[in-house]
Write a protein that binds this ligand. Structure first.
Ligand code: SAH
Ligand code: SF4
Ligand code: F3S
Length: 436
């Protein structure tokens, strides 16, 4: 049987695409291998969000040249966002590359493999791309990604996603419900709904349906049996209805990843994020008023073109004002096709690096403070032994707020719910003892 080595970079959308690619290729008779040396097919599922991510792909591809010479019949393919961005240019640059497939064309992989010539498949169909009956080979039997939309219409000036993933396309609600019904039947305990601006779901479907309506349908189906999360929502589309749904629906977890990017109005405007600082803070206040238990995490970019020390201070100040539970903080990186790439006032790496360190130091303090507030409380943990990383006698899991908990105790099964008394905290996780 031919062997597949699949290497995945990037976000949850790519993780799910890799599970789809695996499903498609197992159906073609492939088995999986971890070893590049014994693979008959090496696939790179790539990310283009920052320059570094893209470079990783090229250096990895470079390392396959010798392998290709040694191993007759070895095929190498590139999928994902770099594939979409670069297309034919990748085949030109890497003569030993066999095919290039964009993220909206996964089902083209088996026919491309069968073909004798090198190929590029980056055309996009107008609707949602992955057929409802096509396979998904998930890595976990407990937690699943479920895509509800593809693409993005927002064109933030720093972001490559609208170019790599195309315009926003929502998946029919019935298909989503069917997939989740199947996951429930198989014993899954958690579903994370995926989309680049997940809460703008459905407005372009006929008939239109809102994200919150979809959440309510899903909740009726899964009730307390499953935990539902979603990522990433856009702040502009956070509504009273969404805040109420988080507060009311038993399945919907008290957690939101709400990317702010900057605390400076001037920078938010140049980013074309569509909200200002006060509007973001109002959304946070709304969520906390309706769902006081909610944990709020975010994404932040430092060193955007033209950002001044004062703008950066405004970001630190906003971080403090919100008191984020956690955050991903990135140095701005210029991306092809984007407006920000063409802005004249790009900042030196040295300034970006200094700001990144300062922001991370503040985040560390804020996360520790938030996590310490759980000490003395008993929380419900969905046990996740995968995250335990071989630390025997310790278990790990996640709270409804998506906080990682390390706890001692015997005999808890992966995927079960456990009550854990929290006794300690670090910026990255909580520590506790099993109660029952
Ligand atoms: N759809 C999500 C973001 C997806 S990209 C949203 O709108 O919130 C994930 C994160 O990568 C972004 O939130 C942003 O913080 C970061 N990012 C995107 N483009 C970037 C760039 N050019 N340089 C640095 N960070 C970037
Ligand atoms: Fe990128 Fe902005 Fe769309 Fe998020 S909302 S994917 S940051 S363009
Ligand atoms: Fe990267 Fe594409 Fe996701 S650029 S972050 S893999 S949408």
């Amino acid at each position: 049987m031919p062997k597949l080595k699949l290497i995945t970079f990037g976000c949850q959308a790519n993780d799910l695409d890799s599970e789809r690619i695996t499903g498609l290729l197992l159906r073609e008779g492939f088995t999986l291998t971890e070893q590049e040396e014994e693979a008959d097919l090496i696939l790179l599922n790539t990310c283009a969000i920052r320059e570094k991510a893209e470079h990783k792909v090229y250096s990895r591809l470079g390392s396959f040249q010798a392998l290709k010479r040694q191993r007759a019949g070895l095929k190498i393919g590139v999928c994902g966002c770099v594939a979409q961005q670069e297309g034919q240019a990748l085949l030109n640059r890497f003569p030993y590359l066999d095919f290039v497939v964009g993220p909206g064309q996964l089902t083209a992989i088996p026919p491309l493999l069968a073909g004798a010539t090198r190929g590029v498949e980056t055309a996009r169909a107008p609707g949602y791309s992955y057929p409802v009956n096509a396979p998904v080979q998930r890595r976990s039997g407990i937690r699943a990604w479920v895509s509800i939309m593809e693409g993005c219409d927002r064109f933030c000036t720093f972001c490559v996603v609208p170019f790599t993933r195309g315009r926003e396309r929502s998946r029919p609600a019935q298909d989503i419900i069917e997939e989740i019904r199947g996951l429930k039947r198989q014993g899954y305990r958690e579903v994370t709904l995926l989309g680049q601006t997940v809460n703008s779901y459905g407005s372009k479907l006929t008939p239109p349906i809102s994200f919150v309506e979809l959440l309510r349908h899903i909740d009726q189906l899964v009730g307390e049996y499953m935990r539902i999360r979603f990522t990433s929502p856009h702040p502009s589309d956070v509504t009273v209805e969404l805040a109420d749904a988080i507060a009311e629906l038993p399945s919907l977890c008290e957690q939101i990843h709400l990317p702010v990017q900057s605390g400076s109005d001037r920078i938010l405007h140049r980013m074309k994020r569509g909200y200002n600082r006060d509007e973001y803070l109002e959304k946070v206040a709304l969520l906390r008023a309706r769902a006081p238990e909610i944990a709020i995490t975010t994404d932040i970019i430092v060193g955007f073109p033209g950002e001044t020390e004062e703008d950066f201070r405004a970001t630190l100040d906003l971080m403090q004002e919100v008191g984020f539970d956690s955050a991903f903080i990135f140095k701005y990186s210029p991306r092809p096709h984007t407006e920000a790439e063409r802005m004249p006032d790009q900042l030196p790496e040295e300034v970006q690096g200094r700001w990144l360190e300062q922001a991370l130091a503040l985040l560390n303090r804020l996360s520790l403070e938030r996590n310490r507030s759980y000490i003395g409380r008993t929380v419900e943990v969905l046990v996740n032994l995968e995250e335990a990383k071989g630390d025997s006698g310790r278990h790990t899991g996640r709270t409804r707020q998506n906080k990682i908990v390390h706890f001692a105790g015997e005999g808890v099964a992966d995927g079960s719910l456990a009550s854990v008394a929290i006794t300690g905290a670090t910026p990255l996780y909580l520590q506790g003892e099993l109660v029952c």
